[in-house]
Design a protein around this ligand. Sequence first.
Ligand code: SF4
Length: 345
Amino acid sequence: MHEAMFYDKLEEGKVRCRLCAHACLIAAGKRGICMVRQNQAGVLYSLVYGKPIAGNPDPIEKKPLFHFQPGTHSYSIATVGCNFQCAFCQNWDISQHLRESEAGIPGGGLGGGEAPPEQIVAQAERSGCSSISYTYTEPTIYFEYAYDCMKLAHERGLKNVFVTNGYESAECVAQCQGLLDAANVDLKAMSEEFYKHECKAKLQPVLDTLKRMHAAGIWLEVTTLLIPGKNDDQAELKELTAFLAGELSPLVPWHVSAYTPRYKYRHGGPGRTPAVSIERALAIGKEAGLQYVYAGNLAGHDSESTTCPECGASLIARSLFSVGKNRMKDGKCPDCGKQIPGVWR
Ligand code: SF4
């Protein structure tokens, strides 16, 4: 076990975790909402430090990051646990594993083998990856582990990527500065009701994190998993894209991904997102001024590729997670010379 970062010791052996926006008040012997941080006799511990449940060299396009080292692989790790409880979670078997299983008692059910940060970085190098992604579940909840991996990764010339729900506290984002190179943040909807009922969380902290990460100079891309009848209201999408273009930047790439029924939505939930809904959302994004909007989970769709917003030239062709022709030259369009925002090396 590893003592947690970001917590206060309080009276009667209680602690207050400050890692994410839930700010859990945790009595002795209890765990926080994420179920992987436990108060033991007034000391808060991470139960999942060095216990990855997954470790795979993934295409960076799978995160998805389309303007960050395209065509490279990112060594992708996760532990069990999550601070959200999304009813439609696409990785619920590991994110909600503890909640769903009696085996989730400390000492059992935490999954994976032991892998200290040195081993993760060595595996990333051995598998030819250019970065490490903290992904699949929510990296915030295993922050101490990710933080130590990030420091070592930078020493070895590897970049660091968070795929996150954006629930980090301001302190946590500040701690990431200089170590976290890129993040794909889920903006699941533009509705407090949606966050409350479908995710057991709040919208506002996610908007705050997006602004903080953008201001901190972390390369940012945003994903919305479009769920029929749940978060695809046109007026709401207009509000969401106006926030991205107005409060962040028109240059922030927005990925609109098709959802497949999983977890609690498997039985009686909405069906898979039709392509036409994705296309409608992308059009709303363009109307809001976003210059880079992408379709996700629609293999072979035109909107998976990057085109120059100035002259319309094809820059990077993609199909699902694979990159075809990449015509970019030093981060610029080879035809008109327009600078395309991103991290290209
Ligand atoms: S990281 Fe876990 S324990 Fe800490 S505030 Fe968030 S949900 Fe609660």
